[in-house]
Design a protein around this ligand. Sequence first.
Ligand SMILES: NC(=O)c1ccc[n+]([C@@H]2O[C@H](COP(=O)([O-])OP(=O)(O)OC[C@H]3O[C@@H](n4cnc5c(N)ncnc54)[C@H](OP(=O)(O)O)[C@@H]3O)[C@@H](O)[C@H]2O)c1
Length: 495
Amino acid sequence: MATEEPFSLIIFGASGDLTKRKLMPALWSLYAARVLPEPFAIVAVARTGMSHDEFRRRVREAIVEFARIQPPSDLVWERFASALFYLSGDPNDLALYPKLDRLLAETEAARGRHANRLFYCATPPSLYEPIVRNLGAAALAGEPSGWTRIVVEKPFGRDLESARALNRQLAAVFREEQVYRIDHYLGKETVQNILVFRFANGIFEPLWNRNHVAQVQITVAESLGVETRGAYYEESGALRDMLQNHMLQLLCLIAMESPVTFDAAPVRDEKNKVLAAIRPIDPAKLDEAAVRGQYGPGFAEGKRVPGYREEKGVAPDSRTETYVALRLLVDNWRWAGVPFYLRTGKRLAKRVSEIAIQFRRTPHMIFRRHPAGADSNTLVIRIQPDEGIGLTVAAKTPGPELKLGSVGLDFRYGDVYGGQPPEAYERLLLDAIHGDATLYARGDWVEQAWAILAPVLGAWAQDPTAPFPNYEAGTWGPGDADAFIARDGGAWRQP
Ligand SMILES: NC(=O)c1ccc[n+]([C@@H]2O[C@H](COP(=O)([O-])OP(=O)(O)OC[C@H]3O[C@@H](n4cnc5c(N)ncnc54)[C@H](OP(=O)(O)O)[C@@H]3O)[C@@H](O)[C@H]2O)c1
């Protein structure tokens, strides 16, 4: 077992869904894989009354249901469970924090080592600021004999103003180096691989620019609707829920220059430069930059499904978008004139996340007189499902006639590495414990991302004429989105 870094992890909101489905299964998998530093204590905090043993029982159930690695023996499980503690209390209440400090001090004294503490906000977002304020007021944000860090879950604000306010509250209590704003997309294996693919191979980077790339399409499509999260989604919508965070991060990874080293500061500096180069969206020409949609009734996997406005927790006249497509331009030397199309939506035809880099056609086609069937070369980074990377190239189809077709050169994670890849939360939790913020969002990045989208959010909020619903569940989104990309002479990929 790793023993170099004893730590305490304190999870606020630990009776919730995220802790059950993601955090505890990830921590267990790290422990079972023998990479979680020891000794450690995990202190779960929430209002629900529960004993330590009751919490341990719940965690075991969650692990059996959701973890990548199953408990190999009762002995290993018992060792893990003995490091789990539960403290009942309201994170809004300052009186909770001295109790928390005492419990932490007891577990730390038993370990006889430094007090390294990682706080984790896994509560509804309205609690992030009170938790930070209370940690400051209770003098728990300092670093008297070890490190202290805080992980803040998404969403980080709901617009530029609220993100700034949360950053200000964090900065009043913590140093920026102590703050870890999580974006679980950045922990996905395929997303981490983007920079390795780009900067550990010599052959792609010379092509990675406006001279060779015609356009980039980033798709995050979900086949599910809003399920039980209608009330949450009403306040959010596709632009806030997916595009402001995950998809702009993907765009940055594709468009950024090579950082000097793979470390937090240079990587995050380069990402900020990409956002700084994005051409501001002109609200007067919003139709050229953005399309929104909302699903009506339709079919998913052969079954009839309701429209968004019929979902539980959704207003019957809701104007919340469940689909958004954006066209962004990165105004710098490398990308001038190359459109980046981003689209995401719920109840689309298929669950798929991918980045497609479409290269320019050959300058002169010598096979003009022959039936053409070859598409332009496209490099597709598949994030989920069927994780991998594919490149379409033109080839002669077999036969006496000269016919062209497209074939794929394909790398599939599953075929090469087998097994189930680690969960994003495993990598990200381990990074926070080790003090590596490379895969976390910096405060200024988050604010820049909100600033880019502010004209769209503002214009949509003020326009009561959204023609919703405007796409059928189970399709590829509104017809307007096709017309939108066709204006540039392009078409959406059908992954
Ligand atoms: N669930 C996911 O898969 C997921 C994925 C990505 C990000 N996130 C983010 O992670 C955070 C946690 O998600 P979650 O789904 O676990 O949330 P959740 O289940 O709604 O809430 C977590 C816990 O917070 C406590 N809580 C709720 N309202 C409270 C209030 N008004 N005052 C004090 N405590 C309150 C509740 O515990 P008690 O009632 O016991 O206090 C609840 O169990 C959210 O910000 C979410 O956006 C979640």
